[in-house]
Design a protein around this ligand. Structure first.
Ligand code: C2E
Ligand code: MG
Ligand code: MG
Ligand code: MG
Length: 285
């Protein structure tokens, strides 16, 4: 539900912006306890190769199912976790759980190259421990490093460009994949694409969902062309029309991640999809 603000700015719908201050404090302490209560889980949204419609990887997405309030959107609880520092624990949980599942799935026939993407927040990135965490995890599960991808946003790397550049270089040396998430919504300083060792660019869904504005198409086309010239692979997020998928195919955009192909799945559902020969091909509407 893209919400139109003044002028031509298109903002993704972020539920929970209006949460009352006192309610928020309560929710923050609930989040602290959510771990012990098993209210947090990971879902996995397929990332599909456009040319074959085959699932080549997943993005791990955190879910909070509050005992009293029901599901709470990550757009609400992730910023909360970032402000309180809880994101470090949440992030560790996501990284660990995602790689544990990934190593299980890679043992399925024909799935040794399957990858999983994990979102990283700035609080996690500036902790020295991230490098150690990643190193240990790759070792523990004996994962090919390139099958773990970390997703970071522009604003994150711009918060602390020098430090980020160093850390990302170290991660790159370890062989893990680095994706620039939500491209086009932040500052989009193109020099950052060259300065940081990203190998994948994820075009934000604001450019691909909803009405087919010719301007949006031009932006998408330019981003894909530029990314390819810079040697980056492209994931288009939130594509919701076959005509757009068709255009992306023509542009040789490699991957797509959207409800049109598959919503986020539980780990069990994801495994079933990979096992089932037909299911591995995400349905094209
Ligand atoms: P993101 O990293 O850009 O993740 C993609 C979001 O787009 C997911 O929302 C996904 O469900 C949604 N999406 C994908 N395809 C479509 C589509 O076709 N239509 C629509 N309407 N939505 C689509 P989700 O799961 O609500 O996550 C929201 C954001 O919360 C993520 O955006 C990410 O920034 C953050 N997040 C989620 N899990 C984590 C995590 O483990 N760590 C951190 N740091 N952030 C996380
Ligand atoms: Mg992401
Ligand atoms: Mg994204
Ligand atoms: Mg996004």
């Amino acid at each position: 539900q893209a919400k139109r603000l003044g002028g031509d700015r298109i903002e993704p719908f972020r539920p929970g912006y209006k949460t009352h201050a006192s309610g928020r404090v309560e929710l923050e302490s609930d989040l602290r306890r959510a771990f012990g209560r098993n209210e947090l889980s990971l879902m996995f949204q397929p990332i599909v190769k456009l040319s074959s419609s085959e699932i080549v990887g997943f993005e791990a997405l955190l879910r909070w199912n509050h005992a009293k309030r029901g599901p709470i959107s990550p757009y609400e609880f992730i910023p909360m976790a970032e402000n309180t520092g809880l994101i470090v624990q949440l992030g560790q949980f996501a990284l660990d759980e995602a790689t544990r599942r990934l190593s299980d799935w890679q043992k399925l026939p024909g799935q040794s190259k399957l990858f999983c993407s994990v979102n990283i927040s700035s609080r996690q990135l500036i902790r020295q421990d991230l490098l150690n965490d990643v190193r240990h995890i790759l070792k523990r599960y004996n994962l090919p490093p390139e099958t773990l991808k970390l997703e970071l946003t522009e604003s994150l790397v711009m918060d602390n460009p020098e430090r980020s550049a160093k850390l990302l270089e170290r991660l790159k040396e370890m062989g893990v994949g680095l994706s620039l998430d939500d491209f086009g919504t932040g500052y989009s300083a193109l020099s950052y694409l060259i300065r940081f060792p990203f190998d994948t660019l994820k075009i934000d869904q604001t450019f691909l969902r909803g009405d087919a504005h010719p301007q949006k198409q031009i932006i998408v086309q330019s981003i894909v062309t530029m990314a390819h010239e810079l040697g980056l692979a492209v994931v288009a997020e939130g594509v919701d029309k076959e005509i757009d998928a068709q255009r992306l195919r023509q542009l040789n955009c490699e991957y797509v991640q959207s409800f049109m192909f598959s919503p986020p799945l539980t780990a069990e559902e994801a495994r079933r999809r990979l096992q089932d020969r037909q299911g591995r091909k995400a349905a094209v509407v």
